[in-house]
Design a protein around this ligand. Structure first.
Ligand SMILES: [Zn+2]
Length: 300
């Protein structure tokens, strides 16, 4: 059972999804709760080891692998209060919204309702306004607005540790995903810059190892997205639907999504590049015989 101290009163439970435990006057504040019952059990065991109850949960964003442990953790600590970003809180409360938005807003078919896309619902007691600082049982949490990977994502800085959510990833994680998931290209790049502007002694990404200087990993992610955006623009010399473009991006970046879940995540990322290009005026949308297609109208 790994409990890694990263600063005074701040512990990390490292894993496929990192989770934090912050000591307060009355007990522990969990920063994200992982994917499911198993990750919640890790938090419960850590709380027992530290001899303190969990009194609050802070979710950085409403992806199932970051709040999926809430419901189980709340069974063990029913008094714990849940804090979530204002923009993402509705999904924590109504998790079906996640596979719904990934499936064009329609009712998602069963294969899209797995635990990686659909978490158990959790109450949200406090909605955190963007840019605000809040205090939980005597500990100050400064939030940093980090939209892009999720619309309402926020990071949180406490005792010199920045929990950066999925605003950047460890290098190997970025390389494993090829095109890391995001919903807004411009904001993803801006939030990466925001990480570099935010001073902290220790930076903890949602996926990857904690570091004292995140610049190489942040830059690696930015370069990957910029390269992908340029590739999208290049491919759209031919008019393509988002689905066709997704297939061509798979070829260009050697990706092979192996499930409908993996595919809708990738398609959403590709759609985000396209939206940024359309809003930037370099790509136009038209409908050709019932197919929504996109084509480059200027060079980038
Ligand atoms: Zn995420």
């Amino acid at each position: 059972m790994d409990i890694v101290p990263v600063a005074s009163g701040v512990h990390l439970l490292p894993g496929a999804v990192n989770m934090g435990l912050v000591e307060s006057d009355d007990g522990l504040v969990a920063v994200d709760t992982g994917l499911d019952k198993q990750s919640a059990k890790r938090i419960i065991q850590a709380a027992e080891t530290l001899g303190r109850p969990v009194v609050a949960i802070f979710n950085t964003h409403a992806h199932a692998d970051h709040f999926g442990g809430n419901a189980h953790l709340l069974k063990r600590f029913p008094q714990a209060r849940v804090f979530a970003p204002w923009g993402d809180a509705p999904i924590v409360e109504q998790p079906l919204l996640e596979p719904q938005y990934l499936w064009y807003g329609a009712q998602p078919f069963a294969a899209l309702q797995n635990k990686f896309l659909l978490a158990s619902p959790s109450p949200v007691h406090e909605r955190i306004r963007p840019g605000s600082t809040f205090t939980i049982h005597g500990v100050d949490f400064a939030t940093i607005d980090l939209p892009g990977h999720a619309h309402g994502q926020v990071g949180v800085r406490v005792n010199g540790v920045l929990f950066a959510a999925d605003a950047y990833f460890g290098r190997t994680v970025t390389d494993k995903h090829g095109l890391p998931y995001m919903v807004d290209y411009r904001r993803t790049l801006e939030s990466a810059e925001q990480i570099l502007r935010t001073s902290a002694d220790c930076y903890v990404p949602g996926h990857g190892a904690p570091v004292s200087n995140p610049q190489p990993e942040v830059t690696h992610l930015q370069e990957r997205h910029r390269q992908a955006f340029a590739t999208v623009h290049h491919l759209l010399r031919d008019a393509l639907s988002v689905d066709e473009l997704t297939a061509q991006m798979c070829d260009a970046f050697h990706l092979a999504p192996a499930s409908p879940s993996a595919w809708v995540l990738l398609r959403t990322t590709v759609a985000a590049y396209v939206a940024a290009a359309v809003d930037g005026g370099s790509v136009a949308a038209t409908i050709d015989r019932g197919v929504l297609v996109f084509h480059a109208v200027t060079s980038v």
